[in-house]
Write a protein that binds this ligand. Structure first.
Ligand SMILES: [Ca+2]
Length: 134
């Protein structure tokens, strides 16, 4: 499923897989979210594609560093140096092994944003193709 965004194209995987499997399905290009415009665009798409869940998590291209101190994007950029799309009170590392990043939509509280989650969960994922230079 392709959909257009202002400076890139994103798509969602066809099968729920763990983070590693999702990354492979994306050809190593799980989505990096750089600004509010992309965040809003992707959340809207995910809401529309998966309308019947109370809690929706989909993988994006972020993981916790081995020392546990930071989240980094797939391109190694630190997540905390750019746009902040975390859901309130996330990342919380609630299970003590929440080392992968998702977009979470909570239709119970109507909250949405990035979440840290254990990497073994089988989820859909957002991938991206190459960016068009501005
Ligand atoms: Ca979490």
């Amino acid at each position: 499923m392709f959909f257009a965004a202002p400076q890139s194209r994103f798509w969602i995987t066809r099968e729920k897989q763990n983070y590693e499997g999702s990354s492979r399905s994306c050809g190593g290009r799980l989505a990096i979210i750089r600004n509010k415009k992309e965040q809003d665009f992707l959340i809207k798409k995910v809401r529309n594609l998966l309308p019947n869940e109370i809690y929706t998590n989909v993988y994006i291209g972020m993981t916790r560093t081995r020392d546990g101190r930071y989240f980094i994007w797939r391109n190694k950029e630190r997540v905390d140096t750019g746009y902040n799309g975390w859901m309130p009170r996330e990342p919380n590392n609630a299970g003590r092994n929440e080392n992968c990043g998702t977009i979470l939509i909570n239709r119970h509280t109507n909250a949405e944003g990035w979440n840290d989650l254990a990497c073994h969960h089988k989820l859909f994922a957002i991938c991206e193709s190459g960016r068009v230079k501005q």
